[in-house]
Design a protein around this ligand. Structure first.
Ligand code: BDP
Length: 598
């Protein structure tokens, strides 16, 4: 799906701003709130999560639907054009009404969707209503418990006769922010238009051979003109599918990006698609970018900030990449959902290397909110199969042209060990699907949870072994010698698989400003010693090709006895102040080269 743009053939209208808003009290659909102006609405900024915009625990913990509303108008100059209403992301389920009519629905909170409206819209006073559902359950990604419980909640049994309020029980460790999280836009195209663009560069010595495919609707001629960064024409082509050559190509390199622009015309329509030329390959136990062994330095992150929750914030994105550069990082994982298109565009320009992850987190009924009693087969209890298939396809279709993305992660910490056969049967088709759908055929992985690793059949079937491990925190917390021994024992096992290993999470909760000369858990000194202990072991293994600390910054979670106003494993605080560990990491990472460390 193309990112919406403004150019000489396409108009772009941004609907960001203050919308009317009302949380459903159970009567919203019955009384057809979408058919008329909301009665006594509150104000709500879009794009952003609604949860933290107002002082109200009921709104913060709201369960179910909310209604967003505003009027839209379409300039008369757009008559005769195709007009599209597009949502960057609505979390988790959206029903969109125009003038009281349902015009589209969408499941999944982290990917875009759109609907043509030229035949449904008047020029003035169109009532646009978006009903948004935040419920997470056995069919959604991420997954929520349907029987209550809270991943971080109380440990004592409930008291008979007490009715707690109905709340989501996320089976994941981040706040279940909801709302219209990414921009809502109207764009126009001519009636005959460019629908999709696929670009697949490959390298032949000093030149690039670039396969392209343009999907168009209607009859017309397609032309391509390829520009370099100086806006010099470096190649031209005609037709909807083919190959062009770029001589003396500039490679897209980590932290040294180079972007070409493909200007495509089709009849009256035009679209400019940027792309980079770089190769990605897993060979033996190395991860090669442009043919050289790459070492991942960086973090798992979150889209998370004060007041706007998970809403798009381009200032924060620029700031975060600036901090990543400052600390000597070269990469991050979009834990635990695909990040905004704006962030992926920015990473293309800045050269950050990205592992792109689906929202499949909590696919594990023997874990967190859903564990209790004997082990159950996750893949029999949950019915996420079709939706999981859809998000893999939609994520790759959205992100396929980004040079910054070097690997797909199809899930985080799923139940790959308790029922290894069921897990393999669930994930192997998704792994194959990701390879099939991706025209660039990037490596595919799943991020593995700490547990009985020797029984796992799923992780060894992936291209890269990605491990989340908490030796020195959830296990052997405070005993770093034991942590190092256990870590070595585990890495000795994974080494035998013969694939590259990346630690996609390791980290220690740390309260900023809490210091002790003798490092104990939660102090800034312990976080440094924890990292140092892990690194001592990582450096002994040639097949260990990447370290992503959990987490880049402190982030919000549900309230509960395990978290003090959120998860505190950040190297930075939630407002982006460096902890002691950030300085330690800067010292280490600026000495580790991006290539050929191992
Ligand atoms: C892992 C999860 C991550 C959590 C982290 C933690 O992948 O989402 O936030 O552990 O406990 O289980 O801090």
């Amino acid at each position: 799906m193309l990112y919406p743009v403004l150019n000489s053939s396409r108009t772009l209208i941004d609907l960001s701003g203050i919308w009317s808003f009302k949380a459903d009290d159970g009567t919203g659909f019955q009384q057809q709130w979408y058919a008329n102006k909301l009665k006594n609405p509150m104000t709500m900024a879009v794009p952003a999560s609604y949860n933290d915009q107002k002082e109200s625990i009921d709104l913060r913990d709201h369960y179910g639907y909310v209604f967003y509303q505003r009027e839209i108008a379409i300039p008369k100059t757009l008559e005769g054009q195709r007009i599209v209403l597009r949502f960057g992301a609505v979390t988790h389920y959206a029903k969109v009404y125009l003038n009281g009519q349902l015009i589209t629905e969408h499941k999944g909170g982290f990917l875009p969707f759109e609907v043509e409206i030229q035949d449904k819209v008047k020029s003035q006073n169109n009532l646009l209503t978006v009903a948004v559902n935040n419920v997470v359950d056995y069919s959604t990604l991420p997954v929520g418990s349907e029987v209550g419980g809270n991943m971080l909640g109380g440990v004592l049994p409930p008291v008979p006769g007490v009715t707690p309020k109905k709340q989501n029980a996320p089976n994941f460790d981040f706040f279940n922010y909801a709302g219209i999280h990414r921009p809502v836009k109207i764009y126009s195209t001519p009636k005959k238009f460019i629908e999709d663009i696929t670009i697949v560069p490959s390298l032949e010595g000093t030149k690039a051979s670039v396969y392209y495919k343009i999907d168009t609707i209607g009859q017309g001629e397609t032309t391509l003109t390829i520009y370099d960064e100086e806006r010099e024409v470096v190649a031209e082509a005609k037709g909807n599918e083919g190959t062009f050559i770029i001589e003396n190509v500039h490679l897209w390199q980590p932290l040294n990006a180079y972007l070409y622009a493909a200007e495509i015309t089709f009849g009256e329509d035009r679209y400019e698609q940027s792309f980079g030329v770089r190769t990605v390959e897993v060979k033996d136990s190395q991860f090669l970018i442009n043919g050289k062994p790459f070492y991942f330095k960086g973090f798992g992150k979150h889209e998370d900030f004060i007041a706007h929750g998970r809403g798009l914030d381009e200032v924060l994105n620029v700031k975060d990449l600036s901090l990543l550069r400052w600390i000597g990082a070269n990469s991050f994982r979009t834990s635990h959902y695909p990040y905004s298109e704006e962030m992926m565009n920015l990473c293309d320009r800045e050269g950050f290397v990205v592992i792109d992850e689906t929202p499949a987190v909590g696919v594990n009924v023997n874990f967190g909110a859903m564990s209790g009693g004997g082990k159950r087969d996750t893949f029999e209890v949950l019915h996420t199969h079709q939706h999981h298939h859809d998000v893999v396809v939609d994520m790759i279709e959205r992100d396929k042209n980004h040079p910054c993305i070097v690997m797909w992660s199809i899930a985080n910490e799923s139940d790959t060990t308790a029922f290894p056969e069921s897990s393999y049967n669930y994930y192997k088709p998704l792994y194959d699907l990701a390879h099939k759908v991706d025209p660039q055929n990037r490596p595919v992985t799943i991020v593995g949870v700490q547990g009985e690793y020797k029984t796992d059949k799923t992780l060894p079937a992936m291209d890269v072994i990605c491990l989340n491990r908490y030796y020195g925190w959830y296990i052997y917390g405070g005993d770093l010698n034991a942590a190092k021994q256990a870590l070595s024992i585990e890495l000795d096992y994974w080494k035998t698989i013969g694939k590259p290993i990346i630690f996609t999470e390791y980290g220690a909760d740390t309260v900023a400003g809490l210091h002790l000369a003798t490092p104990t858990m939660f102090t800034e000194e312990y976080q440094v010693e924890f990292l140092r202990a892990n690194h001592e072991i990582f450096d002994k293994y040639d097949c260990f090709v990447g370290e992503h600390v959990w987490n880049f910054a402190d982030f919000q979670t549900i309230q509960g006895i395990m978290r003090v106003e959120g998860n505190k494993k950040g190297a930075f605080t939630r407002d982006r102040r460096p902890k002691l560990a950030a300085h330690y990491l800067q010292n280490r990472w600026t000495q580790i080269p991006d290539f050929e460390y191992k």
